[in-house]
Ligand binder design. Structure first.
Ligand SMILES: C[C@H](O)[C@H](O)[C@H]1CNc2nc(N)[nH]c(=O)c2N1
Ligand SMILES: N[C@@H](Cc1ccccc1)C(=O)O
Ligand SMILES: [Fe+2]
Length: 283
């Protein structure tokens, strides 16, 4: 569970039963604060015209000089009834779902190394905090994420976690949203990535398909490269409403179907084109 070469490893003297730890903010080095600052500045400069407005306004409210202090962020998050809890890395599914169901978002405490500036295989504090936390301040998205946590516990009982995990992947991590101003992203996996934030909006290569719950939950994904396919919502309210239905019968149907390859476009898919005016974008 711990990252083997994690420089903070020695400070997780106590991992609680719910996999939370103390964020020992004093332990971060000046080099780590500087690295976080550079990651933050690089990503912030790319948000305009690429990130959803709901993300941009809240990322600035949570901004700190260097690594974020979770206690400080929690003062702001009280507004939507969420809080951050510190975790040492990826935690078991049931624990993760339980935290979300209680409006607690697990944020990894350790920061990537300088040589991992552009790419990291597991979530670190930059991905988790910069990518995920701002939208916890959006009331509709915040409610969706709690419902997802409750749905996760239910999916475990129904032997359906892989279907639900695809929803998280294609929405919370890699989701696009079609706003009146143009196509934007709200997915944390994209927002914390220097390359994919531009790619997902501007590149002619990926498929951009209108959100369809069953289609998403039937679609496989790749974790080791830019996505072949992004799914596009019209609003967070749409995401909330269309996932508020009983997934039980849907899981049963999906268990009888073959998964869809992530690079495939089906005749039933509605494609969204990337037609954003260039002059709205960050330099
Ligand atoms: C299916 C489930 O949503 C997913 O695998 C979970 C598991 N544990 C996790 N643990 C952390 N810290 N962060 C995560 O995003 C996840 N994702
Ligand atoms: N409606 C889902 C729960 C859920 C809500 C929102 C997101 C994901 C899952 C169910 O019946 O299991
Ligand atoms: Fe994530």
């Amino acid at each position: 569970m711990l990252k083997p070469d994690n420089p903070l490893r020695g400070n997780y003297s106590h991992i609680r039963a719910d996999y939370t730890v103390e964020q020992d903010w004093q332990v971060y080095t000046a080099e780590e604060h500087d690295l976080y600052r550079r990651l933050f500045e690089r990503q912030s400069s790319k948000l305009k015209g690429y990130a959803a407005e709901e993300f941009i306004e809240n990322v600035h409210r949570l901004a700190s000089d260097g690594l974020p202090c979770f206690d400080d962020a929690n003062q702001i998050l009280a507004e939507t009834g969420w809080k951050i809890v510190a975790v040492p890395g990826l935690i078991p599914d049931d624990t993760f779902f339980t935290h979300l169901a209680h409006r607690q978002f697990p944020v990894t405490v350790w920061l990537r190394k300088p040589e991992e500036f552009d790419y990291i295989v597991e979530p670190d504090i930059f991905h988790d905090f910069f990518g995920h936390v701002p939208l916890l301040l959006n009331p509709v998205f915040a409610d969706h994420l709690q419902a997802y946590g409750k749905g996760g516990l239910r999916a475990m009982k129904l032997d359906a976690v892989p279907y639900l995990a695809r929803l998280y992947w294609y929405m919370v991590e890699f989701g696009l949203i079609l706003t009146p101003e143009g196509l934007r992203t709200y997915g944390a996996g994209i927002l914390s990535s220097g390359g994919e934030i531009i790619h997902c909006i501007d590149s002619p290569a990926p498929n951009r398909i209108k959100f369809d719950l069953r289609r998403v939950m039937q679609s496989e994904y790749r974790i080791d490269r830019y996505q072949d396919t992004y799914f596009v919502i019209d609003s967070f309210q749409q995401l909330f409403d269309e996932t508020a239905v009983d997934f039980g019968p849907i899981y049963e149907d999906l268990k009888k179907l073959e998964p869809i390859d992530p690079s495939v476009v089906l005749p039933s898919d509605t494609l969204v084109s990337h037609t954003n005016p260039v002059d709205q974008k960050a330099a």
